[in-house]
Design a protein around this ligand. Structure first.
Ligand code: DC
Length: 227
């Protein structure tokens, strides 16, 4: 199925927010591809800062130093690969310790403020699909279509397990369940830009949905908004 946008100078924004391992990254990427839209993986930015924190030995308690790392982040995205300076870190940033540190970076207001304009800069014609925690609430509050993607903790733990094993990372399902729970708590109850559906977001529970079904639902919502 392909719904191609007409030539336009405006950008249609679709936000897909949700908890970790809900499948939003995969779904968002496919929706972007089908529509010929740009794609923003905002979690990758937090993960890149987290990796810089870990590699530089910066204390996560030192908010100003973490914000400085975020400000001078030498990152670029190229053909689906993610680089920190010349280092291809596409797989490295998916490790659990980097994800957990990213969640701690995300709780720092100064780091969030620094990453704000980097994220809004991804909005370009013909459109953007942005996934994260606060895409529909804070970064793109005027987005035309907002989706809040969820799945049960068990389904997400199984997905994350599969993902990690496929990438060659060690993983234990009971540890993952615990990690997911802790990250949900931190992302949901932090004081700044918490994980929450925007008032006008459409909920999509993927516990029993395949990727293709989730993609189709979002494309249907998109088609309905375009007309
Ligand atoms: O989506 P992800 O698992 O790659 O995100 C990793 C962490 O980054 C997540 O636990 C919290 C943080 N994050 C955030 O605070 N805001 C976003 N928009 C995206 C991610």
């Amino acid at each position: 199925m392909s719904i191609l946008p007409s030539q336009s100078t405006t950008a249609f924004v679709i936000t897909i927010d949700g908890p970790t391992a809900s499948g939003k990254g995969t779904v968002a990427q496919i929706v972007a591809e089908r529509l010929g839209f740009h794609y923003l993986d905002s979690g990758a930015l937090y993960r890149l800062v987290a990796l810089s924190v870990l590699r530089s030995g910066t204390s996560i308690e030192d908010e100003a130093a973490v914000a400085k790392l975020a400000k001078t982040l030498p990152c670029h995205f190229e053909n689906g690969r993610i680089f920190l300076a010349d280092d291809d870190v596409t797989d490295t940033i998916r490790a659990e310790n980097v994800g957990n540190m990213a969640s701690r970076v995300g709780a720092l207001p100064a780091a969030r403020a620094t990453l704000f304009s980097l994220q809004t800069g991804f909005k370009r014609p013909p459109g953007l699909v942005a996934d994260g925690r606060d895409m529909g609430t804070v970064i793109f509050p005027d987005a035309e279509l907002k989706v809040f993607l969820t799945a049960s903790v068990e389904a997400r733990a199984q997905r994350r397990y599969k993902q990690l094993i496929e990438k060659g990372f060690p993983a234990k399902i009971s540890d993952l369940r615990q990690d997911l729970h802790e990250r949900d708590q931190r992302d949901t109850f932090r004081s700044i830009a918490p994980l929450a559906p925007a008032a006008d977001a459409k909920p999509l529970d993927t516990t029993h949905l395949g990727i293709e079904e989730a993609v189709s639902q979002i494309l249907e919502w998109y088609a309905a908004k375009k007309h």
